[in-house]
Design a protein around this ligand. Structure first.
Ligand code: SF4
Ligand code: SF4
Ligand code: FES
Length: 270
């Protein structure tokens, strides 16, 4: 572990871990839009900027994106310097121009003193802030079904040729990770649709709940030697099964201890 300071507060951090973790450990809130703990940092939104310096830098400091910059011994971090706050304001002003009707962006902009964008608002407002979380999570699970297409104001996230993506398994990870909830989907016991593709559902063999698509079960089955039945069983039933197993094991352990005591009595040994 190493020691650094965030806004004058001393915090401990793992060497090389994202500086953002140390900022949060210091109890300091800074906005983030493209960061997710399950994914590699990407540094796309630039909202998590902070100033870093060291005593030997003689007053010089540099702005870095804290979700990517590694925590180092002795680093001095300032999260709300004038230039950092001003840069965040510019980013949010631009985002508000792209997404003028998106509540999350409106709120963040307002928190930074922006009620109305100073840029030309997007004539076709979108809720997609181009944070890249959806494409990165899809790549992370190994599917690569969607990507960023077009340029400039027309940039968007879409499947190839805007058609139902053949590789998509309907896992909903992209929709669940989206900070503005702008990926539409429908799901029921019988069917799920996302990105214009329909999926058949698989029911948990224990409780009957439809919780996974057949395409998902097919995709995961056999990975790392895990049988298909493991993925078909829903999380709640898996937890119950595990609880039952642990309770049997601990009952066995207690029984074993008692047997051991009796054995000691019989042999007369301490
Ligand atoms: S639902 Fe489809 S596009 Fe979305 S993460 Fe899953 S596989 Fe990828
Ligand atoms: S669809 Fe959602 S997750 Fe994907 S880039 Fe747009 S805002 Fe981010
Ligand atoms: S959260 Fe760090 S750049 Fe987006």
């Amino acid at each position: 572990m190493i020691t650094l300071t965030v806004n004058g507060k001393t915090v401990r951090a793992r060497e090389g871990s994202p500086l953002l973790e140390a900022v949060r450990a210091a109890g300091v809130e800074i906005p983030t839009l493209c960061q997710h703990e399950a994914l590699e940092p990407w540094g796309g939104c630039r909202l998590c900027l902070v100033d870093v310096t060291r005593p030997e830098w003689n007053g010089w400091a540099k702005m870095v994106v804290s979700c990517m910059y590694p925590a180092e011994e002795g680093l001095i971090v300032e999260t709300h310097t004038e230039r950092v706050v001003e840069t965040r304001r510019v980013v949010l002003d631009l985002l508000l121009a792209r997404c003028p009707e998106t509540p999350l962006i409106q709120r963040l902009a307002r928190e930074h003193g922006i009620e109305k964008t100073s840029y030309l608002p997007n004539p076709e407002p979108t809720d997609c802030i181009l944070c890249g979380l959806c494409t990165r999570v899809c790549d992370h699970i190994g599917v690569f079904a969607i990507s960023s297409v077009n340029r400039g104001a027309g940039r968007e996230i879409a499947p190839p040729f805007h058609e139902a993506p053949p590789d998509c398994i309907g896992c909903l990870a992209c929709a669940e990770v989206c900070p503005t909830s702008c990926i539409p989907y429908e799901t029921s016991d019988a069917r799920r649709t996302i990105w214009g593709k329909a999926f058949e559902m698989v029911r948990c063999p224990k409780c009957g709940k439809a919780h996974i698509t057949k395409a998902q079960a097919d995709f995961y089955a056999g990975r790392n030697g895990v049988p298909r039945s493991y993925f078909e069983t829903c999380d709640a039933c898996k937890r119950q099964e595990m609880a039952r197993t642990f309770s049997k094991l601990s009952a066995g352990a207690v029984g074993g201890m008692e047997t051991g005591k009796q054995g000691n009595r019989e042999t007369g040994r301490p």
